[in-house]
Design a protein around this ligand. Structure first.
Ligand code: NAP
Length: 327
């Protein structure tokens, strides 16, 4: 028997319960992994609250690192004893050990410790597909402006650093002056406290009225309208989250009126649907982290037993960088 965090109904952090579960042997295409550390992500909040509906009861968590304990038939890229890390569906990483599909599990380079591995896979692979694959027509060139909301968060601080590596001029928003300072220290060229400043007006000012080529927006409801106004003609609105609530339906006609702009809603799980694409993305992530160009900040650590407190902190916007659950 091992510990796992389960919900029997949707609701607030109080529905998170630690239970004992039986972990069996891996079937074809699966592995059993004994976790060393677990990553906390905002998607865990959506799944707990019911914003994203999944069948109940549900074992939560989509990111972790650990040691491969058993390998099912047909799995060739992992062996018993390998250090490994993953971002993956289905949920279930808030646990000491689990059986799971091997597809998204990657060998963790020796230079990357288990805590870092647990913190960086879901958030780092997201930053990878956003900045490297979710691009406006003609792509992004060094010197181009992009707007990145929630820039001091888990995905945000990785994106600030990676954008700088790529030569993009990232304008980051965050909810306090302290968070803005953190984003700036990690590579954002400009920062805007969107709780005290009008970010649309500031973006126009910073870009000399031109706007940005891409807005990366994970805040959703609260930032949607103004974000569209920050785009230059033919710019791309890359929506990838809803920390403030889901975006309301809109009429496509507004996209023409705002300069023939594009809108996309991306999810990591399309990008990591195959072993090949997962590994190619992870190789890029491992390279920027191993080189020290992108540092993974773990600003909060909670024991698994404190998982309710971890969710409260994340939802209350009290966290910066990455958060892990320790085992
Ligand atoms: N689609 C995908 O593939 C994908 C993958 C990974 C993550 N995401 C999304 O990316 C975002 C960042 O994920 P993360 O795990 O790294 O979380 P995070 O950025 O560490 O935390 C979320 C941040 O959102 C901001 N926020 C704005 N309005 C909020 C509100 N009403 N309630 C709570 N937070 C609010 C807060 O920063 P401020 O205080 O600075 O505003 C908060 O710290 C999330 O929206 C997540 O769902 C999407």
């Amino acid at each position: 028997m091992t510990r796992a965090v389960r919900i029997d109904s949707n609701g607030g952090p109080e529905v998170l319960k630690i239970v004992d579960v039986q972990v069996g042997d891996p079937g074809p295409g699966q592995i059993r992994i004994r976790h060393k550390a677990v990553g906390l992500n905002f998607i865990d909040v959506y799944q707990r609250s019911g914003l994203y509906q999944l069948p109940l009861p549900l074992q939560l968590g989509m990111e972790a690192s650990g040691i491969v304990e058993a390998v099912g038939a047909g799995v060739t890229h992992l062996q018993v004893g390998d250090r490994a890390a993953y971002a993956s569906q289905p949920p279930g990483s808030y646990s000491d050990a689990r059986v799971m599909p091997a597809t998204c599990v990657c060998k963790l380079p020796d230079a990357i410790d288990f805590d870092t591995g647990a913190a960086m896979m879901l958030k780092g692979l997201t930053a990878q597909y956003l900045l490297r694959k979710t691009l406006p027509q003609g792509g992004l060139q060094a010197g181009d402006h992009v707007l990145f909301h929630a820039a001091a968060g888990g995905v945000g601080l990785i994106a600030c650093q990676w954008a700088k590596v790529l030569g993009y001029r990232l304008i980051g928003t965050a909810g306090s002056d302290e968070k803005c300072a953190l984003a700036k220290a990690h590579g954002a060229e400009h920062v805007i406290n969107y709780n005290s400043e009008d970010f649309e007006a500031r973006v126009k000012e910073i870009t000399g009225g031109k706007g940005v080529k891409v807005v990366y927006d994970s805040v959703g409801k609260d930032t949607w309208d103004k974000s569209l106004n920050c785009l230059s003609p033919f710019g791309l609105m890359a929506s990838f989250g809803n920390a403030s609530g889901a975006v309301a339906p809109f009429a496509p006609g507004i996209l023409g009126a705002k300069g023939s702009i594009y809108v996309t809603r991306q999810t990591l799980f399309t990008h990591i649907a195959s072993r090949e694409s997962t590994q190619a993305m992870a190789d890029e992530l491992f390279a920027v982290v191993s080189s020290g160009k992108v540092k993974i900040r773990i600003d909060q650590r909670f024991a698994l037993e404190q998982v309710q407190d971890a969710h409260r902190a994340l939802e209350a916007r009290k966290t910066t960088g990455c958060t892990i659950l320790t085992l």
